[in-house]
Design a protein around this ligand. Sequence first.
Ligand SMILES: Nc1ncnc2c1ncn2[C@@H]1O[C@H](COP(=O)(O)OP(=O)(O)OP(=O)(O)O)[C@@H](O)[C@H]1O
Ligand SMILES: [Mg+2]
Length: 337
Amino acid sequence: MSERTGELAIETTGLVKVFGDKRAVDGIDLRVPAGTVYGVLGPNGAGKTTAVRVLATLLRPDGGEARVFGHDVVKEADTVRGRVSLTGQYASVDEDLTGTENLVLLARLLGHRKPAAYDRAARLLEAFGLTEAAGKQAKNYSGGMRRRLDIAASILNTPDLLFLDEPTTGLDPRSRNQVWDIVRAVVAQGTTVLLTTQYLDEADQLAGRIAVIDNGRVIAEGTPGQLKSSVGSGSVHVRLRDAHLRPEAQRVLSEVMKTAVQLDHDPVALTARIMPEGGATGPAELASRALGELAARGITVDDFSLGQPSLDEVFLALTEKTQQQPARQQEKQEAVA
Ligand SMILES: Nc1ncnc2c1ncn2[C@@H]1O[C@H](COP(=O)(O)OP(=O)(O)OP(=O)(O)O)[C@@H](O)[C@H]1O
Ligand SMILES: [Mg+2]
């Protein structure tokens, strides 16, 4: 990999973009090291696409600063444009053209001569598993094939920085995996990738660092591991034999584990998040102590698992914090105590 020491592909300070009275991007600070995959994670309307469009010089910021490889996105927009490429959230291929025609047309627009354009198109179609579909019109492609064609189009010229805006939204697991492989291959060639996603596992799989954004602001930033450990070191999931013993099990678990215990939809199931401030006791020890205590009270456990917190749990915990503030968390803790 080519993480050039210290070089930043993207640096923003207090970046703002306003639509009417909506602050779509509301003071975002980002530092994206060159040569890495950086994940921008957030729900619908968080401001992901807006931020990407500002960075790709397609929208003018209303406040703050943004630099791409040290170049200001407003004052040096042309230089920035020469180094970036964007795959939008909505596929931009021409429906009536075939895979080959789409890529050749774009390659020609980028200045490649005809033989070179055909050559590049054929190589990319092969790399993306589209050789068989090369002669078919894009309107007959599946969602996954179209996404792959779209990404192929954005790397006809190897960009220094590639924006992928929700590249796998709506794809089935197999197509998602194919796109992930493509992203890894692109990065291995030295391109920096800024990837927006609503899927936490996607950011977890691909990104070295992640910014979680909500309402136009960064609410957390770090490596996937850091984000996970900021909300707890894991969770214990228990299924009881008797549903009527669940309230007592909830009390026991929250006492032993000193954490909120959540009642799942399944009437015999409970989940407890293990908090890092739970002392020096490791998750496994804490969990076995909790199980011992349940057994001692005659509560039979049919099934038990100990897992790392998923990034989904991290995201919920983070957005809960920003929306409800600590008072609500406290309330919850008290409700089960
Ligand atoms: N051109 C526009 N005019 C007015 N409002 C806009 C415009 N573009 C975006 N917005 C608003 O700005 C906010 C952020 O939108 P944005 O598209 O950046 O979110 P997003 O994180 O990409 O969401 P999604 O996951 O749904 O793609 C939303 O409230 C949206 O309605
Ligand atoms: Mg979007």
